[in-house]
Design a protein around this ligand. Sequence first.
Ligand SMILES: Nc1ncnc2c1ncn2[C@@H]1O[C@H](COP(=O)(O)OP(=O)(O)O)[C@@H](O)[C@H]1O
Ligand SMILES: N[C@@H](CC(=O)OP(=O)(O)O)C(=O)O
Length: 445
Amino acid sequence: MLKVAKFGGSSLASSGQMAKVGEIVKADRFRRYIIPSAPGRRFSDDTKVTDLLYKCYDAAAAGEDIDGRLDEIRGRYQEIADGLRVKKVDLDAEFALIGDYFKRQAGRDYAASRGEYLNGKLLAAYLGFRFIDAAEVILFDAHGNFDEERTNEVCRERLKNVEYAVIPGFYGAMPDGSIKTFSRGGSDITGSIVSRAVHANVYENWTDVSGCLVADPHIVENPETIQTITYRELRELSYMGASVLHEDAIFPVRAEGIPINIRNTNRPKDEGTLIVESTVKSPAHVITGVAGRKGFCSVNIDKAMMNAEIGFGRKVLQVFEENGISFEHTPSGIDTFSVIVHQSEFADKEQDVLAGLHRAVNPDRIYLESDLALVAIVGRGMVNSTGTAGRLFNALAGAGVNIKMIDQGSSELNIIVGVRDEDFETTIQAIYEEFVGKEKKQTSR
Ligand SMILES: Nc1ncnc2c1ncn2[C@@H]1O[C@H](COP(=O)(O)OP(=O)(O)O)[C@@H](O)[C@H]1O
Ligand SMILES: N[C@@H](CC(=O)OP(=O)(O)O)C(=O)O
């Protein structure tokens, strides 16, 4: 039995939190490879160390004095070292080196990576585990793309004879040795990559909630925990905004069928959520989860008889491609074709796109709708139940929400609705109440 355990920033934000992590790791000798994030928020309006590092680096690049900023960051690590009585890590030397590299403009990725690097050093010293720098075992190619094959080989070989190790999350190295990070929240990806390389039996992902919840706890009060969810369902939810796991963290473990177990560092006895390839366990409700994102807009193109015009869709999408804009959905009718895009990506290029569309397909009319939110209800149970869409529409009508768009995936794993940004929270609450809240009330009667 071999377990890889990733601890998020919330689990490592202070010495008190790190002590809890120590207890969890020591409680199970199979937890052999530990992937830490940088210290996260200790309270709701606190700043993550990763953000402090980015700001510090930007200040250095602007030629400002960074001593005060570096002291603030150092303070976060000093508290952890003092609180845990870790003496083996020379923070003076580490920060002298970091300050020097910042002044020499070693890159924003290098700057951000120091959050995980230093936390990894402290955690390794505290646990008595070997520290292995992620720059040795997580490899990117010369273009900055993750090099899956080499990483697998090198990481497996490096860990072959190391029984217990701490490997910092979030970053790796390019062939010239320069540091490269994944996108934000990317320590989840490191944990998944290491799990695959060492053929772990389970990838534990420890955070500050007791698993993947049916809905975002900032929107729905005390949402139910999902006990078992498939990779595909979770991928849909995390892509649509369920931020508990990075949307790309699924791929490495999925390639080997390794389950992910989301656990709560503050409630280690809770079983959390198990994420698996497939399961015979029926879901607790018709929907497994609901998630969404704001900030989309819709480009609506009207043209009489467009459905008879072969190549219409291709020509429209080519205009978006030529402007470097990716699309999310393309709902269509007989004489209308809409393209849903991220508003932030589209805003700067909107006039170029409109002109391009006129040239490409000569439409009768194009009109834009801004400030849309997309909400996905996801569930493997939907394929076997009738009336799900009807319940969804009734629930939203009852909550006074106007649906601007609907898209059902061909797998029947999800239904996506487009609503106004201002209706986003109400939409999620109404869906939760219809599919989970109401059912819970009925069974508790
Ligand atoms: N559906 C969801 N299930 C669980 N957590 C969610 C969901 N949607 C959003 N979250 C948020 O994700 C947070 C955990 O992710 P993150 O902040 O990245 O943690 P960590 O610091 O452990 O990496 C939770 O505190 C919760 O607020
Ligand atoms: N520290 C990085 C990477 C990460 O994964 O962090 P967390 O586990 O706290 O989401 C970030 O803030 O993006």
